[in-house]
Design a protein around this ligand. Structure first.
Ligand code: UDP
Ligand code: MG
Length: 313
């Protein structure tokens, strides 16, 4: 019989965690598998941890949890959960019931057919119009630039086989952009669609600003193609500059010296200044990443756990 681990990163989820646990157990009990639910408390500042303690008391065998010393972000939460998990297959899902637990049955069927990554892709019905338009625009842009394929609507909700989990755990980088990592590891992948649900209770942790930052991460986490853009842009501008100079010289020789436009000069200086600044920022982003990677700090610190020793791995 297979053992299934369900990994659930939670940050300030006291409002939904009990109903989540109830729902997930209802589903898992009905399936022909052994299971464990691996919670990760990502440094919540509300009662999430004490609720997890209670859940572990009620179901000591099938509940594991780790609690971080502070908020380390969902990426760190998922990593801890994956290390925590001992199952032959692992499902990653949100605590807010936006990922319908009943889909696990379908995932398990597909897992039985030999797939390693079974992805549930949500449609964007019920999302704010602007947000879904921006996302699809973003995915179109980003897929031109990064090596890995990122798909709109595909999030972290998925089932992974043990080999896929081990592959993910072998990636040691500090800046983890899971959407890309999932795609990077490859393996036999299958995707199915589901109807997007609204959050049961509590509120989303994503602000517009953090979404923008996340978008930037996606663009530069996977290769140095944006740096190449800087090279091409520089070369193009140099060519334009050379041609313009040539034109002025020819004009001066044929029609005599003309007074060049002051506005043109300012526009060029400001324009080029802008290009240089943003390219410098781009290079800085890569250097910043190198800086973080070289420190080799742990992805998270655990202050309390039940049934696991995640640091040991
Ligand atoms: N989450 C987390 N750490 C964070 C932010 C979020 O572990 O710093 C968890 C959160 O508790 C939830 C999941 O990640 O289980 C998705 O978060 P949320 O529902 O806020 O994102 P959305 O569904 O709005 O994209
Ligand atoms: Mg959510």
């Amino acid at each position: 019989m297979t053992k299934l681990s369900v990994v659930v990163p939670c940050y300030n989820e006291e409002a939904v965690i009990d109903s989540f646990d109830l729902e997930i157990r209802k589903v898992l009990d009905s399936l022909p598998v052994e299971y464990e639910v691996c919670y990760v408390d990502d440094g919540s500042r509300d009662g999430t941890l004490s609720k997890l303690r209670k859940l572990a008391e009620v179901n000591p065998e099938q509940t594991r949890y780790v609690s971080f010393s502070r908020n380390f972000g969902k990426e760190a939460g998922m990593l801890a959960g994956l290390r925590e998990a001992t199952g032959d297959a692992v499902v990653i899902m949100d605590a807010d019931l936006q990922h319908p637990p009943e889909l696990i049955g379908k995932m398990l069927d597909l897992y039985g057919l030999g797939h390693d990554q079974i992805i549930a892709r949500r449609n964007r019905e019920g999302d704010k119009k602007v947000r879904s338009a921006l996302s699809s625009l973003y995915y179109r842009a980003v897929n031109r630039w990064v090596d890995v394929e990122l798909t709109d609507g595909v999030g972290d909700f998925r089932m992974l086989s043990r080999p896929a989990v081990d592959a993910l755990l072998s990636l040691q980088e500090y800046n983890r952009f899971s959407k890309g990592l999932f795609s990077w590891i490859g393996f036999d992948t299958i995707t199915f669609d589901y109807q997007n649900a609204q959050r049961e209770a509590g509120e989303t942790k994503w602000k517009f600003g953090s979404l923008l930052n996340y978008a930037m991460d996606g663009l530069i986490s996977f290769n140095n193609r944006p740096l190449r853009l800087a090279i091409w842009m520089g070369a193009a501008l140099t060519a334009v500059g050379a041609l313009y100079t040539l034109w002025i010289i020819i004009q001066a020789l044929t029609t005599g010296v003309t007074t060049p436009g002051y506005v043109t000069l300012v526009a060029i200086i400001v324009g080029l200044g802008g290009v240089q600044m943003s390219m410098l920022g781009l290079i800085g982003e890569y250097i910043g990443r190198i800086y973080y990677e070289t420190k080799r700090r742990p992805h998270f610190l655990v202050k309390e756990s039940h049934g696991v020793d995640v640091d040991a791995k």
